[in-house]
Design a protein around this ligand. Structure first.
Ligand code: FAD
Length: 296
């Protein structure tokens, strides 16, 4: 089923996983993660795409298993900046053969590789990937896109990032998932300003429960997301207490989700970091509030 069909009737709860990285290319550990997440009854699970390295090609395999073995809708992430049109067609064909009907169409980050040839790219922006998939596979996929509550790092301003977002939606993205944020006000601002500019597709809130101070600081820097004063003091105080940081991360994310649901969010997308126990802990904290998301 296409995620856009689900979103017509309800707000969604979803999870993101990534293909495990190891030298042997062994991804079997992901299936334990998915089995655990499946018990939480998500509307869909998305699988990230690594354009290079050992996980290349694993996205299709994992997204297909989620759909066909676990009977949960899956969304395959697909980046285009270092891909050729031929490669994109091949991946879409594989997804189609495996009944995966949903693609999160992304540009991806520029490879750090010095040899990377920026002059001869077949795709420059995510919207071109949307247009290309729509042209080659007109009715096969529901496409979605990424959006940035605190502005994408390469955009010169929020306004221009929103202009680019509108173009991406016009090119075929039927719903959006946000970059992580720790201050819900950025999400509310994005939704309000997007609506003013005619971006009327659902905007799902991407929430990352932080469970480790070091990785939080690294991820926030990488994603260009700010850390509110209250959270930064907690990190400073409990930097050397991993168990305390885990409790703080779970409770901080729980609080963000309660606030988002109270304010009518259209979907919660949890970046699980392949740690199902964290998502389980959040669900255990607020079972009734989560039901409220869909007025059950
Ligand atoms: P785009 O929408 O193309 O935007 C990129 C930049 O170009 C922005 O600054 C935008 O303002 C600007 N821009 C767009 N159009 C124009 C235009 N016409 N003229 C001028 N400027 C323009 N990365 C991975 O490698 N694998 C993943 O699986 C993955 N999953 C992600 C999931 C989510 C929910 C999010 C939020 C991000 C994910 N990323 C992933 C990271 C993403 O690839 C990077 O953030 C990347 O830098 C931008 O991708 P995009 O699709 O948002 O790009």
């Amino acid at each position: 089923m296409k995620i856009s069909e689900i979103l017509k009737n309800k707000a969604t709860i979803s999870f993101e996983v990534f293909p495990p990285k190891n030298n042997q290319g062994d991804i079997s550990s992901i299936y334990h993660t998915i089995s655990e997440l499946a018990q939480l009854n998500p509307d869909f699970i998305s699988v990230t795409y690594g354009a290079g390295g050992s996980t290349k090609g694993k996205t299709v395999e994992i997204a297909s298993k989620i759909k066909n073995d676990y009977h949960i809708e899956s969304v395959a992430h697909l980046t285009c900046i270092s891909s050729t049109k031929e490669e994109v067609i091949k991946i879409c064909q594989q997804l189609k053969e495996n009944n995966v009907e949903n693609i999160l169409a992304l540009r991806g980050d520029y490879p750090k590789d010095q040899q990377f040839d920026k002059e001869h790219l077949e795709f420059h922006y995510a919207k071109e990937l949307d247009q290309f998939i729509k042209q080659e596979f007109p009715n096969d996929f529901c496409l979605s896109g990424a959006c940035y509550p605190e502005t994408h790092q390469e955009a010169d301003c929020f306004e221009n990032d929103l202009k680019a977002l509108k173009e991406k939606v016009d090119a075929g993205a039927e719903y959006l998932i946000t970059q992580i944020f720790f201050d819900n006000q950025y999400y509310y601002r994005l939704v309000k300003e997007a609506r003013k500019r005619g971006i009327d597709v659902p905007i799902l809130a991407g929430i990352m429960p932080i469970t480790n101070s070091k990785s939080l600081l690294h991820t926030a820097k990488m994603c260009g997301c700010s850390i509110p004063y209250q959270l930064s003091t907690m990190i400073e105080s409990y930097y050397h207490y991993p168990e305390a940081m885990k409790e703080i991360g779970i409770n901080y994310a729980t609080h963000q989700i309660i606030d988002l649901i109270t304010n009518g969010v259209e979907g919660i997308h949890i970046y699980t970091m392949n740690k199902p126990e964290i998502a389980q802990a959040i669900f255990k904290n607020i079972p009734t509030v989560l039901k409220e998301l869909n007025h059950e």
